[in-house]
Design a protein around this ligand. Structure first.
Ligand SMILES: [Mg+2]
Length: 272
C-alpha cells in the first residue's frame, strides 16, 4: 500500500473494500431494502424474533435526515453505560448480528448452532449458521475495541444466540430492537444515542438503512446467509485494526474514500 494512503495491511484488498464502502453508502439513500422474497410460514414465525429486512418488500423510502449534532432527548439515558476502566479510551465497534455475523432460520438446515427459543409457552428451534471467520474476527477486535452488538432483533432471540456465540466474553454490550429508532417499516440504529463520542464509533452492518443517520461512521458489509467461501469478516480485520487508534473515525473513513477515488481517477487516466 502506498504511503500516501491510509494505514492498512498490505494484504488487505483495499480497492475492493473502499469501492464497496462507496457503493453501499450510495445505496443507503437510494435502495435500502432489497426486493422481497415470498413470505413462507417459517419466515412469518421468524419475523417475530428476527428482523427480516432483507425479505421485506420495499416501502416508499425517505431517508431520515443525517444529523451528527442531534442532542440526546433530555429524558433519555445513553444506550451504553460509561466505559469500564479497562476499556477507557478504546473506540467502540458496533456490530450488527443477523446477516453480518450469522444467519438464522426456523427451517431446519445444516448449521452451527441450534437454539431453543420460547414465544410464550411455545418452543421454537432456531438454526444458526456462523459467518466464516466470525470467532476469529470477534477474538481479534475484542483486543482493540469496546465491542457492542446492536441488533434490530428481539432480545429473546439475540440473547439466546449471543450466550452461545460469545462464551469467551468478547462482546461488552448488547443492544436489541428496543434500542433502535423505528422508522417507517424498518429500524435505524442511531449512534448518537450510544453515549459515546461519534469520532470514536464504527458501525459494521449489512443494512444501509440501519446506519442512515451516521453513514460517516459506517463500514458496510455484504449480506451473508450461507456462502462458505465468504471472507468479508477476515477482509475487514486489517481496516479495523488500523482504525483502532486514529483520532477521528469519520474523517479517516472519508479520507479513505477520497484516496480511493483519486486512485480510480489515476487508473482511468492511465488506461486512457
Ligand atoms: Mg443485519
Amino acid at each position: 500500500m502506498a504511503e500516501a494512503g491510509p494505514a492498512c495491511s498490505e494484504s488487505f484488498a483495499w480497492t475492493a473494500r473502499c469501492k464497496s464502502i462507496a457503493d453501499f453508502r450510495s445505496a443507503a439513500f437510494t435502495a435500502p431494502w432489497e426486493a422481497g422474497q415470498a413470505n413462507s410460514a417459517a419466515l412469518a414465525k421468524m419475523a417475530k424474533l428476527v428482523t427480516q429486512a432483507d425479505e421485506t418488500p420495499a416501502p416508499a423510502w425517505v431517508p431520515p435526515q443525517p444529523s451528527r449534532q442531534r442532542p440526546l432527548p433530555q429524558s433519555r439515558l445513553p444506550l451504553l453505560p460509561p466505559q469500564e476502566p479497562n476499556f477507557r479510551g478504546k473506540k467502540t465497534l458496533v456490530l450488527d448480528l443477523d446477516e453480518t455475523l450469522v444467519h438464522s432460520s426456523f427451517t431446519p438446515v445444516t448449521c452451527d448452532l441450534v437454539l431453543s427459543v420460547f414465544l410464550g409457552t411455545e418452543e421454537h428451534k432456531v438454526y444458526v449458521r456462523k459467518r466464516p471467520g466470525v470467532d476469529e474476527f470477534l477474538k481479534a477486535v475484542a483486543k482493540l475495541y469496546e465491542v457492542a452488538i446492536f441488533t434490530a432483533s428481539t432480545s429473546l432471540y439475540a440473547n439466546a444466540l449471543l450466550d452461545v456465540l460469545d462464551q469467551r466474553g468478547w462482546i461488552q454490550h448488547r443492544l436489541f430492537r428496543e434500542a433502535c429508532t423505528r422508522y417507517k417499516e424498518g429500524y435505524v440504529k442511531d449512534l448518537s444515542l450510544l453515549g459515546r463520542n461519534l469520532n470514536d464509533v464504527i458501525i459494521v452492518d449489512n443494512m444501509p438503512v440501519c446506519y442512515a443517520l451516521q453513514p460517516e461512521n459506517a463500514i458496510p458489509i455484504r449480506t451473508w446467509k450461507h456462502d462458505p467461501e465468504d471472507t468479508e469478516l477476515m477482509d475487514l480485520l486489517p481496516i479495523l485494526l488500523s482504525l483502532a487508534h486514529v483520532e477521528e473515525i469519520p474523517r479517516m473513513l472519508k479520507e479513505i474514500l477520497a484516496y480511493e477515488a483519486s486512485e480510480d481517477d489515476a487508473d482511468e487516466a492511465g488506461a486512457g
